[in-house]
Design a protein. Sequence first.
Length: 435
Amino acid sequence: MLPVIALVGRPNVGKSTLFNYLTRSREALVADYPGLTRDRQYGRVRRGERDCLVVDTGGITDVDDGIEQFARKQVEVALQEADVVFFLVDARDGINAADQDIADFLRKLGKPVVLVVNKIDGIDSNTVSHDFYSLALGEPVAIAAAHGRNVSDLLARIDELLPAQSDDEVLDQEQGIAIAVVGRPNVGKSTLVNRLLGEERVVVFDEAGTTRDSIYIPFERNGQKFTLIDTAGMRRRAKVSLLVEKFSIIKSLQAIEKAHVVIYLIDAQEGVTDQDAHILGLVLEAGRALIIGINKWDGLTNEHREFVKKQLDIKLTFLEYAEKHPISALHGSGVGKLFDVVHSLYESAMIDMSTPVLTRILSDAVAAHQPPLVGTRRIKLKYAHQGGRNPPVVVIHGVQTDVLPGVYKRYLMNYFREQLRLKGTTVRLVFKSPE
Ligand code: GDP
Ligand code: GDP
C-alpha cells in the first residue's frame, strides 16, 4: 500500500499551498498534458524510494460547502484512511482555540501526527516553534510551504513514523494478471465484476471499519490466471448509512497501484465528470495500463453516443494512450472482448525490451527529428536501456538532457510507443546525463 498522508488544520494555515507543493509533479510529461487538471483533494507525492498519497482535508470541506455534516464525515473518513497526519498551524498567528480543538481530536485519533508550523519565512522560527510544544503533539517541524522550505524534513518524518514496507506494489506473478475495476459509485462496477466472473458472486462480509481495502478475487479463464481487484465490494449489501457513502478515492488509488491493468468505468448516461478526470489523471501518474469502459451503452440514442465520444476526446486528451470501449455490463455486450484487451495491455505493460532495440529506436527517432538547440546547448541522446516494467520505463543516456523540452520528450514517448507497438500503456522516459 502507498502510505497516505492527510493534511489537516484550520482554514488559511497553508494546507492547499503545501498540497500543491507536494503534488506538483516532477514528471513534466504528465504536467504538460493539456486538459489535465489536478485534484485539490487527492494527489500523489513523488519521492525517492516510494511515492505516497496525500489528502487535503481542507479541499474536502470547501468542496462540500453547505452540507457541513457530510463534509465533516468525509474528513473523518480521510483521517481514518491516513497513515500519517500532518497537522498544520500558522507560525504568525500562534495557537488559537481552533488549533486546540483539532489537537484534542488528533490526540484521540491514535494515528501518528506531525505538527507542522507553517509560514516561518521572515520570522525567527526558533522562538515561534516553542509555543507549539504546548499542544503536546511532539516536536514541531517548521516549514514555509510557499517556498518549499524544510518540506524535505517533513517528508523524512514519514519514514521515521511508518514501518518499512516490502516492495509489493503489484501483486506477484502467481496471482496472474491483476485487474482493478474502478469508477464512481453506481457506474456499474459490481455488475461488471459479476459479468467478468460469469456468475453471481458469493456474498463476502464487508470488513468493518476498513474502507480502504479492496476485495481480491482470483479466477481462471482459458488457462490464464487473473485477480480481480473489486473496489465496489459489498457496498450495497452492507449496512451503510445514507450519508456515509463508502466510496473511497484512497481505496481506488490503492487498487490502481496494485493492478497491471485498470478498467475505469464511466457512466455513458452521465458522461465524464470532473472527478472522473481527476482520478484518471492519477491513473496516468501511477503509470498503469488503462481501459476506459464506457458503460451503460445500451439504450442510448445515436446522438447521445456521439456526444459521449466527443466529450471523452475533449475532456481526456491526456489519455490518448488509453483503450476506450463502449460496453453494457448489464447485458454483457462488449464484456467478453475485454479479456483480450486486458491481455494485450498486460503484455504491453510487462514488455521486455533489449538495449540494442531501444538504442536503435532512439537513434531512428533522433535521425527523423533532431533535438533542438537550446540556447547554445546541443543536446545529445546516445543510448537507451530498460529501467522497469508496468509501466515500461526507458532510460535514455545523453548529454545536456536536462534542457530537453517537453514537446520533444512527448515526441520521443510517442515514437517509442509506436515502435514497440504498446497498447493502452504509456512509456515512461528517464533521462540521464553526466554532471
Ligand atoms: P488553507 O486554507 O489551509 O488551504 O491555506 P492556503 O494554502 O490557502 O494558504 C492561506 C494563505 O497563506 C495564502 O495566502 C497563502 O499564500 C499563505 N501561505 C501559505 N503558506 C505560506 C508560507 O509558507 N509563507 C507565507 N508567508 N504565506 C503562506
Ligand atoms: P457500482 O456502484 O459501480 O458497483 O454499480 P452497480 O454495479 O451497483 O450498478 C449501479 C446500477 O447501474 C445498477 O442498478 C445496475 O443494474 C445499473 N447498471 C450497471 N451496468 C449497467 C449497464 O450496462 N446498463 C444499464 N442500463 N444499467 C446498468
